[in-house]
Design a protein around this ligand. Structure first.
Ligand code: TNX
Length: 524
């Protein structure tokens, strides 16, 4: 009797061993569900099986919302190049059928907010639920990461497309998770900005701040002040021909962002960083004379004349035109490094500009120096340099966006041998960029005071997509995790393992990134 039982148990054991090893061979990613996703989700429970995506898999959309159908098409477009599958997208009110990816708006707990999602993968159906389409969109980015890395290829791969089963609950810790692109120092066209947004969306970033004007170039058409682009847009750092977005092009950028749940935040920097404007219109200068166009990389030498009436006409027209083409709630007015503006002039200027922004129904964001003015409680302070400025802002009840230069500035060199970039805030390697906690970064500033974080890419030394990607990746992946994942779930050791896998994905995607030197090998 005993012997029989033992034999039986042995057979059972053998059966499970064979079964387990087979299914593992089928999908090597199985049980590694929690080692592949960036940003790390709130909870991941693997169930050890797999869903097999094939040409007959359907994308089912609950209901007939156009926005949801659009997301269904977006998902299909992500899947198509590498698999060759033209997945059918269907709206339905019935229960989902086998072999489908079923996306639906449902009532998740309030902590999931607009951006959270619940992704449940069984061997038969993939269920993706959220309170809003935005959450579905983020859930799709997670699903994409659970697919084999070859899904990122732009040509058809000979592969079986297994998705590890399990359940993921997820929502972000900060609502503002952004990147900034300086299109003034060097101009970048619409197509590049779109590519940039695709890269951001893959890591659940939801804000793109465009630095649209500076000493070296004015990059957005303002119909009431045409010389801004005609003259001010005609050069860039190094003497190249510059460029600008027409308002139609800007709208195209905004729309592309909306389809990826990325809000565009336009910045017109003032009263300093204004040489391109001062070169376009003599009346904005104290001297009454236009300045020369500037193609160097110094900062802090220019200022609008804050005592002239015409300056406020200029600011009003710009903010009105920008507000009309910007559906997002924010207008960024710069306000940094106004070394050529006296404090007695700077403060009333910022106060007046704030009134203009509010009168246009927008919320003002400014670099941390604006806290010296009488900022309103709904004005947002973007910390980059002085911690005490951020503290003053919080004491005035403003919220803060954290962009500490020594952690988030993507134009800082990685190390002493990085060819691109600057180093005034020190080198920022991958570990530096990842290892910090927003809510512990500035004393007296806690999670409630922080709207989120943003990674600026200043482009004094950056001229094309390849260079841009090199400065972004992989640091920005770390920033994306900091913005999304609560501090207690993050640690460098665990992150490194996941990052390595993402570097392979970037390679397949054809994205350039920092890697090939000894310093890097020591870090990862
Ligand atoms: C400081 S950060 C600036 C920019 C430069 C950047 C270069 C900030 C608000 N102002 O004008 O491009 O450093 O790293």
């Amino acid at each position: 009797m005993n012997l029989k039982l033992n034999n039986y148990s042995f057979l059972l054991l053998l059966f499970f061993m064979v079964f387990a090893s087979c299914s593992r061979r089928g999908n090597p990613q199985m049980n590694l569900l929690d080692e592949i996703i960036i940003p790390k989700p709130v909870s991941v429970i693997a169930s050890g099986n797999s869903f097999k995506l094939n040409a007959n898999t359907k994308i089912l959309v609950k209901g007939e919302s156009e926005e949801m159908l659009k997301i269904g098409h977006y998902l299909a477009s992500l899947i198509k190049p590498a698999t060759g599958f033209d997945l059918e997208i269907k709206s339905t009110l019935k229960k989902p059928k086998l072999n489908s990816i079923y996306i639906s708006i449902s009532n998740l707990e309030s902590k999931f907010g607009n951006e959270g999602y619940n992704l449940k993968i069984t061997d038969k159906i993939v269920f993706l639920k959220a309170n809003s389409p935005e959450g579905i969109f983020h859930g799709i980015q997670t699903l994409r990461q659970i697919l084999p890395k070859e899904i990122e290829a732009s040509t058809k791969q000979n592969k079986l497309w297994f998705i590890a089963t399990g359940e993921i609950h997820d929502y972000p810790q900060y609502e503002y998770r952004g990147a900034m692109l300086d299109v003034s120092r060097h101009f970048f066209g619409v197509d590049l900005v779109k590519k940039y947004m695709d890269l951001l969306a893959a890591y659940k970033l939801n804000k793109l701040h465009l630095h649209l004007s500076d000493d070296q170039g004015w990059r957005i058409e303002i119909k009431s002040w045409p010389n801004l682009t005609l003259i001010g847009g005609s050069k860039e750092v190094g003497g190249g021909k510059g460029g600008f977005y027409t308002q139609e092009e800007y709208k195209e950028i905004v729309k592309y962002g909306q389809e990826r749940y990325i809000t565009i935040i336009p910045e017109i920097d003032m009263p300093g960083h204004t040489n391109a404007a001062l070169a376009s219109y003599p009346e904005l200068n104290s001297s009454g004379k236009a300045t020369e166009l500037y193609t160097g990389i110094k900062v802090g030498f220019s200022s609008l004349d804050t005592n002239k009436e015409v300056t406020y006409q200029f600011v009003s027209d710009i903010i009105r035109e920008l507000s009309e083409i910007t559906p997002g709630p924010y207008i960024h007015i710069g306000g940094d490094e106004s070394h050529a503006t006296e404090m007695k002039d700077y403060i009333p200027f910022i106060n007046k500009v704030q009134e203009i922004v509010l009168a246009n129904g927008k919320q003002m964001i400014g670099w941390d120096e604006i806290v010296h003015a009488d900022i309103k409680t709904n004005t947002i302070v973007q910390f980059w340099a002085r911690k005490e400025n951020a503290q003053i802002g919080v004491n005035k009840s403003a919220k803060v966006i954290l962009s500490p230069a020594n952690k988030t500035y993507l134009d800082m060199k990685y190390d002493s041998i990085t060819k691109l970039g600057l180093k005034w805030a020190g080198y920022v390697n991958i570990e530096d960029a990842y290892c910090w906690n927003p809510s512990k970064f500035i004393s007296g500033i806690s999670k409630n005071d922080i709207l989120g974080i943003e990674s600026p890419l200043w482009t004094e030394t950056i001229t094309n997509m390849e260079e841009l990607e090199y400065m972004l990746f992989p640091r920005i992946i770390g920033h994306a995790e900091i913005g999304w994942t609560i501090d207690s779930l993050r640690n460098w050791k665990d992150y490194k393992v996941r990052l390595k896998k993402h570097l392979n994905r970037l390679k397949i995607k054809g994205v350039n990134y920092y890697e090939e030197n000894e310093n890097f090998k020591n870090i990862l």
